[in-house]
Design a protein around this ligand. Structure first.
Ligand SMILES: *Cc1c(COP(=O)(O)O)cnc(C)c1O
Length: 381
Protein backbone atom coordinates (compact mmCIF):
# COMPACT_ATOMS: atom_id res chain seq x y z
CA UNK A 1 0.00 0.00 0.00
CA UNK A 2 1.40 3.41 -0.83
CA UNK A 3 0.21 6.61 0.77
CA UNK A 4 0.70 9.89 -1.03
CA UNK A 5 1.18 12.68 1.47
CA UNK A 6 3.53 12.90 4.42
CA UNK A 7 0.60 13.46 6.81
CA UNK A 8 -1.00 10.18 5.77
CA UNK A 9 2.32 8.32 5.68
CA UNK A 10 3.03 9.38 9.26
CA UNK A 11 -0.17 7.68 10.37
CA UNK A 12 -0.25 4.61 8.12
CA UNK A 13 3.06 3.81 6.40
CA UNK A 14 5.13 0.75 7.20
CA UNK A 15 2.76 -1.58 8.99
CA UNK A 16 2.26 -5.24 8.18
CA UNK A 17 -0.76 -5.93 5.97
CA UNK A 18 -2.84 -7.81 6.90
CA UNK A 19 -2.52 -6.32 10.37
CA UNK A 20 -0.81 -8.61 12.87
CA UNK A 21 -3.62 -10.39 14.76
CA UNK A 22 -5.97 -7.76 13.37
CA UNK A 23 -4.53 -5.19 15.78
CA UNK A 24 -5.04 -1.59 14.61
CA UNK A 25 -1.84 -0.62 16.41
CA UNK A 26 1.24 -2.86 16.07
CA UNK A 27 1.72 -4.33 19.56
CA UNK A 28 5.11 -4.43 21.29
CA UNK A 29 6.93 -7.68 20.47
CA UNK A 30 8.44 -8.12 23.89
CA UNK A 31 10.42 -11.19 22.80
CA UNK A 32 14.23 -11.28 22.60
CA UNK A 33 14.28 -14.23 20.22
CA UNK A 34 11.92 -15.88 17.72
CA UNK A 35 11.12 -19.34 16.38
CA UNK A 36 13.80 -20.30 13.85
CA UNK A 37 14.65 -23.69 12.37
CA UNK A 38 17.40 -22.59 10.03
CA UNK A 39 15.40 -23.38 6.93
CA UNK A 40 16.97 -22.23 3.70
CA UNK A 41 13.85 -20.57 2.37
CA UNK A 42 15.05 -17.05 3.08
CA UNK A 43 13.68 -17.11 6.61
CA UNK A 44 15.70 -14.74 8.80
CA UNK A 45 16.85 -15.21 12.33
CA UNK A 46 15.09 -12.59 14.42
CA UNK A 47 16.63 -11.16 17.57
CA UNK A 48 16.28 -7.78 19.27
CA UNK A 49 19.97 -6.93 18.85
CA UNK A 50 19.60 -7.69 15.15
CA UNK A 51 17.08 -4.85 15.12
CA UNK A 52 14.62 -6.97 13.11
CA UNK A 53 11.56 -7.71 15.25
CA UNK A 54 8.21 -6.77 13.68
CA UNK A 55 8.42 -3.46 15.63
CA UNK A 56 11.75 -2.62 14.01
CA UNK A 57 10.67 -3.71 10.54
CA UNK A 58 7.56 -1.51 10.63
CA UNK A 59 9.53 1.48 11.87
CA UNK A 60 12.26 1.02 9.25
CA UNK A 61 9.66 0.98 6.48
CA UNK A 62 7.92 4.05 7.90
CA UNK A 63 11.12 6.08 8.31
CA UNK A 64 12.34 5.18 4.81
CA UNK A 65 8.99 6.35 3.42
CA UNK A 66 9.03 9.62 5.37
CA UNK A 67 12.54 10.56 4.24
CA UNK A 68 12.13 9.15 0.69
CA UNK A 69 15.03 6.76 1.34
CA UNK A 70 15.73 3.26 0.07
CA UNK A 71 16.24 1.87 3.58
CA UNK A 72 16.39 2.88 7.23
CA UNK A 73 17.74 1.61 10.52
CA UNK A 74 16.79 2.68 14.05
CA UNK A 75 19.37 2.83 16.82
CA UNK A 76 19.55 3.08 20.61
CA UNK A 77 20.24 6.84 20.49
CA UNK A 78 21.10 9.62 18.10
CA UNK A 79 24.76 9.17 19.02
CA UNK A 80 24.50 5.43 18.25
CA UNK A 81 23.21 6.38 14.78
CA UNK A 82 26.01 8.88 14.22
CA UNK A 83 28.87 6.76 15.58
CA UNK A 84 27.71 3.56 13.87
CA UNK A 85 27.25 5.32 10.52
CA UNK A 86 30.67 6.98 10.62
CA UNK A 87 32.46 3.85 11.81
CA UNK A 88 30.71 1.74 9.18
CA UNK A 89 31.67 4.05 6.31
CA UNK A 90 35.17 5.20 7.28
CA UNK A 91 38.39 3.20 7.46
CA UNK A 92 41.84 3.86 8.85
CA UNK A 93 43.52 6.43 6.63
CA UNK A 94 40.25 8.01 5.48
CA UNK A 95 39.57 11.72 5.84
CA UNK A 96 36.26 13.25 6.90
CA UNK A 97 35.05 16.82 6.27
CA UNK A 98 32.75 18.19 8.98
CA UNK A 99 30.97 21.48 9.43
CA UNK A 100 32.61 23.61 12.12
CA UNK A 101 29.56 23.86 14.42
CA UNK A 102 28.33 20.39 15.37
CA UNK A 103 26.14 18.97 18.11
CA UNK A 104 28.40 18.59 21.18
CA UNK A 105 28.35 14.78 21.26
CA UNK A 106 29.22 14.57 17.57
CA UNK A 107 31.96 17.18 17.93
CA UNK A 108 33.51 15.13 20.77
CA UNK A 109 33.22 11.89 18.76
CA UNK A 110 35.00 13.25 15.71
CA UNK A 111 37.62 15.08 17.80
CA UNK A 112 38.44 12.27 20.26
CA UNK A 113 37.42 8.89 18.86
CA UNK A 114 37.94 9.02 15.10
CA UNK A 115 41.60 10.16 15.30
CA UNK A 116 42.38 7.22 17.64
CA UNK A 117 41.25 4.92 14.83
CA UNK A 118 43.40 6.66 12.26
CA UNK A 119 40.57 8.67 10.69
CA UNK A 120 41.45 12.32 10.12
CA UNK A 121 38.94 15.12 10.34
CA UNK A 122 38.88 18.71 9.06
CA UNK A 123 36.25 21.36 9.67
CA UNK A 124 34.81 23.87 7.21
CA UNK A 125 32.38 26.77 7.50
CA UNK A 126 29.16 25.34 6.01
CA UNK A 127 28.02 28.79 4.91
CA UNK A 128 31.25 29.17 2.88
CA UNK A 129 31.38 26.01 0.79
CA UNK A 130 34.13 27.59 -1.31
CA UNK A 131 36.40 26.50 1.60
CA UNK A 132 35.75 22.88 0.73
CA UNK A 133 38.06 22.73 -2.26
CA UNK A 134 41.08 23.65 -0.12
CA UNK A 135 40.16 21.16 2.64
CA UNK A 136 39.63 18.15 0.37
CA UNK A 137 42.42 15.56 0.15
CA UNK A 138 42.86 12.45 -1.98
CA UNK A 139 41.84 10.46 1.15
CA UNK A 140 38.61 12.43 1.73
CA UNK A 141 35.78 9.91 1.83
CA UNK A 142 32.77 11.67 3.35
CA UNK A 143 31.26 15.00 4.30
CA UNK A 144 29.11 15.54 7.39
CA UNK A 145 26.77 18.47 8.10
CA UNK A 146 23.70 19.42 10.15
CA UNK A 147 20.44 20.73 8.72
CA UNK A 148 20.48 23.73 11.05
CA UNK A 149 23.20 24.62 13.52
CA UNK A 150 22.80 24.75 17.27
CA UNK A 151 22.17 27.16 18.98
CA UNK A 152 22.40 30.01 16.45
CA UNK A 153 20.17 28.23 13.92
CA UNK A 154 22.43 28.97 10.97
CA UNK A 155 21.70 27.23 7.69
CA UNK A 156 24.52 25.59 5.75
CA UNK A 157 24.68 26.09 2.00
CA UNK A 158 23.34 22.57 1.48
CA UNK A 159 22.99 22.89 -2.29
CA UNK A 160 26.63 23.74 -2.79
CA UNK A 161 27.78 21.12 -0.26
CA UNK A 162 25.80 18.33 -1.95
CA UNK A 163 27.06 19.42 -5.37
CA UNK A 164 30.64 19.34 -4.09
CA UNK A 165 30.16 15.86 -2.60
CA UNK A 166 28.69 14.58 -5.87
CA UNK A 167 31.45 16.10 -7.96
CA UNK A 168 34.16 14.41 -5.90
CA UNK A 169 32.41 11.11 -5.14
CA UNK A 170 32.15 11.77 -1.39
CA UNK A 171 29.49 10.14 0.79
CA UNK A 172 27.30 12.96 2.13
CA UNK A 173 25.65 12.67 5.55
CA UNK A 174 23.42 15.22 7.25
CA UNK A 175 22.10 15.26 10.79
CA UNK A 176 18.55 16.38 10.03
CA UNK A 177 17.30 16.30 13.64
CA UNK A 178 16.40 20.01 13.76
CA UNK A 179 14.57 19.94 10.42
CA UNK A 180 12.44 16.76 10.51
CA UNK A 181 10.95 15.46 7.23
CA UNK A 182 8.08 17.91 7.74
CA UNK A 183 10.37 20.87 7.07
CA UNK A 184 13.00 19.28 4.83
CA UNK A 185 13.76 15.94 3.18
CA UNK A 186 17.53 16.00 2.69
CA UNK A 187 17.65 12.85 0.54
CA UNK A 188 15.55 14.60 -2.10
CA UNK A 189 18.08 17.45 -1.90
CA UNK A 190 20.84 14.99 -2.84
CA UNK A 191 22.30 13.82 0.48
CA UNK A 192 23.16 10.11 0.63
CA UNK A 193 22.19 9.64 4.28
CA UNK A 194 19.94 11.47 6.72
CA UNK A 195 20.51 10.97 10.45
CA UNK A 196 18.10 11.75 13.27
CA UNK A 197 18.22 11.90 17.00
CA UNK A 198 14.66 10.54 17.25
CA UNK A 199 14.88 11.53 20.92
CA UNK A 200 13.85 14.98 19.69
CA UNK A 201 11.07 15.82 17.22
CA UNK A 202 10.42 12.41 15.69
CA UNK A 203 9.37 10.94 19.02
CA UNK A 204 8.33 14.34 20.31
CA UNK A 205 7.47 13.54 23.91
CA UNK A 206 10.84 13.62 25.70
CA UNK A 207 10.35 10.09 27.01
CA UNK A 208 12.81 7.94 25.03
CA UNK A 209 16.29 8.13 23.54
CA UNK A 210 16.54 6.82 19.96
CA UNK A 211 18.22 7.45 16.62
CA UNK A 212 17.89 6.60 12.94
CA UNK A 213 19.89 6.54 9.71
CA UNK A 214 17.98 6.64 6.42
CA UNK A 215 19.15 6.63 2.81
CA UNK A 216 20.95 4.55 0.20
CA UNK A 217 20.60 0.82 0.70
CA UNK A 218 24.24 0.04 -0.03
CA UNK A 219 25.30 2.22 2.92
CA UNK A 220 22.44 1.08 5.16
CA UNK A 221 23.51 -2.54 4.67
CA UNK A 222 26.98 -1.68 5.95
CA UNK A 223 25.58 0.33 8.88
CA UNK A 224 23.06 -2.36 9.89
CA UNK A 225 25.85 -4.97 9.86
CA UNK A 226 28.07 -2.86 12.14
CA UNK A 227 25.12 -2.18 14.43
CA UNK A 228 24.83 -5.92 15.11
CA UNK A 229 28.44 -5.88 16.28
CA UNK A 230 28.40 -2.63 18.21
CA UNK A 231 25.07 -3.52 19.80
CA UNK A 232 23.35 -0.12 19.64
CA UNK A 233 19.97 -1.49 18.58
CA UNK A 234 16.67 -0.01 19.76
CA UNK A 235 14.53 -1.71 22.40
CA UNK A 236 11.06 -2.75 21.08
CA UNK A 237 9.34 -0.69 23.78
CA UNK A 238 11.14 2.40 22.54
CA UNK A 239 10.25 1.40 18.95
CA UNK A 240 6.60 1.40 19.96
CA UNK A 241 6.80 4.85 21.56
CA UNK A 242 8.73 6.27 18.61
CA UNK A 243 6.16 4.91 16.19
CA UNK A 244 3.35 6.39 18.28
CA UNK A 245 5.08 9.75 18.47
CA UNK A 246 5.66 9.86 14.71
CA UNK A 247 1.95 9.79 13.97
CA UNK A 248 1.54 13.38 15.19
CA UNK A 249 4.84 14.73 13.83
CA UNK A 250 3.28 16.92 11.12
CA UNK A 251 0.82 18.52 13.55
CA UNK A 252 3.46 19.12 16.18
CA UNK A 253 6.10 20.56 13.86
CA UNK A 254 3.62 22.86 12.10
CA UNK A 255 2.67 24.27 15.51
CA UNK A 256 6.31 24.51 16.59
CA UNK A 257 7.22 26.38 13.39
CA UNK A 258 4.42 28.87 14.12
CA UNK A 259 5.17 29.20 17.82
CA UNK A 260 8.88 29.77 17.18
CA UNK A 261 8.10 32.46 14.60
CA UNK A 262 5.70 34.22 17.01
CA UNK A 263 8.18 34.11 19.89
CA UNK A 264 11.06 35.28 17.68
CA UNK A 265 9.03 38.28 16.46
CA UNK A 266 7.98 39.15 20.00
CA UNK A 267 11.55 38.89 21.33
CA UNK A 268 12.94 40.99 18.48
CA UNK A 269 10.64 43.85 19.53
CA UNK A 270 11.58 43.65 23.23
CA UNK A 271 13.92 46.42 24.46
CA UNK A 272 15.81 44.13 26.89
CA UNK A 273 16.65 41.63 24.15
CA UNK A 274 19.64 41.92 21.81
CA UNK A 275 19.99 39.79 18.69
CA UNK A 276 17.34 37.13 18.08
CA UNK A 277 18.57 34.11 16.11
CA UNK A 278 15.80 32.52 14.07
CA UNK A 279 15.94 32.04 10.29
CA UNK A 280 12.24 32.85 9.97
CA UNK A 281 13.14 36.48 10.79
CA UNK A 282 14.14 38.66 7.84
CA UNK A 283 17.00 39.94 10.05
CA UNK A 284 18.61 36.48 10.17
CA UNK A 285 21.55 36.21 7.75
CA UNK A 286 20.25 32.88 6.38
CA UNK A 287 16.62 33.95 6.00
CA UNK A 288 16.59 33.70 2.19
CA UNK A 289 18.33 30.33 2.17
CA UNK A 290 15.81 29.03 4.70
CA UNK A 291 12.92 30.09 2.49
CA UNK A 292 14.54 28.45 -0.51
CA UNK A 293 15.34 25.13 1.16
CA UNK A 294 12.85 24.56 3.96
CA UNK A 295 9.08 24.42 4.38
CA UNK A 296 9.55 25.77 7.91
CA UNK A 297 12.42 26.88 10.10
CA UNK A 298 11.71 24.61 13.06
CA UNK A 299 11.18 25.07 16.76
CA UNK A 300 14.58 26.24 18.01
CA UNK A 301 15.53 29.88 18.45
CA UNK A 302 18.07 31.77 20.56
CA UNK A 303 18.30 35.32 21.85
CA UNK A 304 20.73 37.50 23.72
CA UNK A 305 20.28 39.34 27.00
CA UNK A 306 22.79 41.67 28.64
CA UNK A 307 24.86 39.15 30.63
CA UNK A 308 25.15 35.65 32.02
CA UNK A 309 23.57 36.90 35.25
CA UNK A 310 20.65 38.43 33.40
CA UNK A 311 20.15 35.14 31.54
CA UNK A 312 20.29 33.13 34.79
CA UNK A 313 17.72 35.46 36.41
CA UNK A 314 15.45 35.15 33.38
CA UNK A 315 15.55 31.35 33.58
CA UNK A 316 14.83 31.44 37.33
CA UNK A 317 11.64 33.41 36.74
CA UNK A 318 10.11 31.26 33.99
CA UNK A 319 6.91 29.54 35.06
CA UNK A 320 5.36 27.94 31.96
CA UNK A 321 8.63 27.10 30.20
CA UNK A 322 10.82 24.39 31.71
CA UNK A 323 14.53 24.99 32.17
CA UNK A 324 16.25 21.92 30.69
CA UNK A 325 18.52 20.96 27.83
CA UNK A 326 17.26 18.95 24.84
CA UNK A 327 14.51 19.86 22.39
CA UNK A 328 11.78 18.58 20.15
CA UNK A 329 9.18 17.61 22.74
CA UNK A 330 5.70 19.04 23.18
CA UNK A 331 6.89 21.16 26.10
CA UNK A 332 8.95 24.33 25.71
CA UNK A 333 12.48 23.87 27.07
CA UNK A 334 14.86 26.74 27.77
CA UNK A 335 18.60 26.49 28.31
CA UNK A 336 21.79 28.54 28.36
CA UNK A 337 24.23 27.07 25.82
CA UNK A 338 27.21 28.55 27.72
CA UNK A 339 26.48 26.26 30.70
CA UNK A 340 24.89 23.29 28.87
CA UNK A 341 25.67 22.28 25.27
CA UNK A 342 28.85 24.36 25.03
CA UNK A 343 30.01 24.23 28.67
CA UNK A 344 33.11 22.19 27.87
CA UNK A 345 34.40 24.76 25.43
CA UNK A 346 36.79 27.55 26.52
CA UNK A 347 34.91 30.85 26.99
CA UNK A 348 36.86 32.63 24.24
CA UNK A 349 36.23 29.79 21.74
CA UNK A 350 32.56 29.98 22.61
CA UNK A 351 32.49 33.71 22.03
CA UNK A 352 34.31 33.28 18.73
CA UNK A 353 31.39 31.07 17.64
CA UNK A 354 28.95 33.79 18.73
CA UNK A 355 27.79 31.99 21.87
CA UNK A 356 27.99 34.55 24.68
CA UNK A 357 27.14 34.08 28.37
CA UNK A 358 23.88 35.98 27.86
CA UNK A 359 22.63 33.69 25.08
CA UNK A 360 19.35 31.88 25.85
CA UNK A 361 18.06 29.00 23.70
CA UNK A 362 14.36 28.25 23.46
CA UNK A 363 13.18 24.91 22.06
CA UNK A 364 9.55 25.72 21.52
CA UNK A 365 6.77 23.26 22.33
CA UNK A 366 3.15 23.15 21.25
CA UNK A 367 1.66 25.26 24.06
CA UNK A 368 -0.49 28.36 23.45
CA UNK A 369 1.92 30.95 22.02
CA UNK A 370 0.23 33.79 23.94
CA UNK A 371 0.89 32.00 27.20
CA UNK A 372 4.54 31.42 26.22
CA UNK A 373 4.96 35.09 25.31
CA UNK A 374 3.35 36.16 28.60
CA UNK A 375 5.83 33.92 30.44
CA UNK A 376 8.78 35.57 28.67
CA UNK A 377 7.23 39.01 29.28
CA UNK A 378 7.05 38.55 33.07
CA UNK A 379 10.49 36.92 33.21
CA UNK A 380 12.10 39.73 31.20
CA UNK A 381 10.36 42.49 33.22
C1 LIG B 1 20.37 15.38 20.62
C2 LIG B 1 21.10 15.42 19.35
C3 LIG B 1 21.96 14.39 18.99
C4 LIG B 1 22.25 13.22 19.88
O1 LIG B 1 21.12 12.46 20.07
P1 LIG B 1 20.88 11.47 21.33
O2 LIG B 1 19.57 10.87 21.03
O3 LIG B 1 20.92 12.33 22.56
O4 LIG B 1 22.01 10.50 21.33
C5 LIG B 1 22.59 14.48 17.75
N1 LIG B 1 22.39 15.53 16.94
C6 LIG B 1 21.58 16.54 17.26
C7 LIG B 1 21.39 17.67 16.30
C8 LIG B 1 20.90 16.53 18.48
O5 LIG B 1 20.10 17.54 18.80
Amino acid sequence: MSYKSLDTQLVHAGYDRPRIGGAVVTPVFRSATFDFRGSDEGETLRYIRYNNTPNHDALHRKLATLERGEAAVVTASGMAAISTALLALLDRGDHLLIQDTLYGGTAALVAQDLPRLGIEVDAFDPRRPEELAARRRPQTRAIYTEALSNPLVQIPDHRAIVAFARRHGLISLVDATFATPVNWQPLTAGYDLAIHSCTKYLNGHSDIVAGAVIGRRRYLDLIAARLRHFGGSLDPGACFLLDRGLKTLALRVARQNDNAQRLAEYLESHPAVGTVHYPGLPSHPDHDRGRELFRGCGGVLAFEVASGDAAARLLDRLEVMTVAPSLGGVETLVSRPAVTSHAEMAAEDRRALGIGDGLVRVAVGIEDPEELIADLEQALA
